[in-house]
Design a protein. Structure first.
Length: 236
């Protein structure tokens, strides 16, 4: 993490791509965000020191940012991360770098996902029942042990509980030291009150703990798979 300000001295905030970027919703959201950022700058009389940087967009004559090196990613002050299946590696990479991450609250993310699934044919293909629904393999004759199947249909009156359940199991909800915003004005407030050193210390500690647990698990798994029954260690 080595943030570098923009030429105008403002903190650069990375905005990841949204699942409906390719439709009309993407440009509309960008214009809304720009409007709020401009208003915040005007009302603060110059003390609002943040500049949005949008990935992979072609609006307002902007030269699109189609790829970034790790060093370039680390130069952003923070990232507003829109949940999207094809962007999950970016989330993990930024978290590992301890770049502060701001995400929409669960109700916003889940309802945006359901809207895309019901109203469009874009993205979230691995969740669409018409694409992936199949007979779940079972190791026993017991019922499927989880309350919901891992795919969603287009029915307007179903899906909210299912999507919310699976979403709460993701890193976007499980990882600590993430900031969640309820709305665009709340995002503006969260950026201004962001305590970068405190957030980064927490993320770094969680990364260290996760690495230690992962190494312990894979050592146990390798010993269990490759060793004899007598040499098989107990998982702690």
């Amino acid at each position: 993490y080595a943030p570098r300000p923009a030429e105008n001295g403002k903190h650069r905030i990375m905005f990841s791509r949204l699942g409906v970027w390719t439709g009309q919703a993407g440009p509309a959201l960008l214009e809304l965000l720009w409007s709020f950022f401009d208003d915040a700058q005007e009302q603060s009389q110059g003390s609002f020191r943040f500049e949005p940087v949008f990935l992979s967009v072609r609006v307002r004559g902007i030269t699109p940012i189609l790829h970034l090196s790790y060093a370039e990613m680390a130069q952003f002050y923070a990232c507003v991360f829109w949940p999207w299946d094809v962007m999950m590696m970016l989330f993990s990479e930024l978290y590992t770098m301890t770049v502060p991450l701001l995400l929409p609250e669960r109700h916003w993310a889940v309802n945006a996902m359901l809207h895309v699934l019901r109203q469009t044919d874009q993205n979230w293909w691995h969740l669409r029942a018409e694409n992936v629904k199949a007979q779940l393999p079972l190791a026993s004759s017991e019922e499927f042990p989880l309350p919901f199947e891992p795919w969603l249909g287009r029915e307007a009156d179903t899906g909210l509980e299912q999507a919310t359940y699976w979403y709460t199991l993701t890193e976007l909800e499980q990882f600590p030291h993430l900031l969640h915003f309820r709305s665009v004005p709340d995002l503006i407030e969260k950026l201004q009150s962001l305590d970068v050193p405190e957030v980064r210390v927490g993320m770094r500690h969680f990364n260290d703990e996760t690495q230690a647990r992962s190494l312990s698990f894979y050592r146990w798994a390798a010993a269990s798979l490759l060793g004899s029954a007598e040499e098989r260690p107990a998982w702690k």
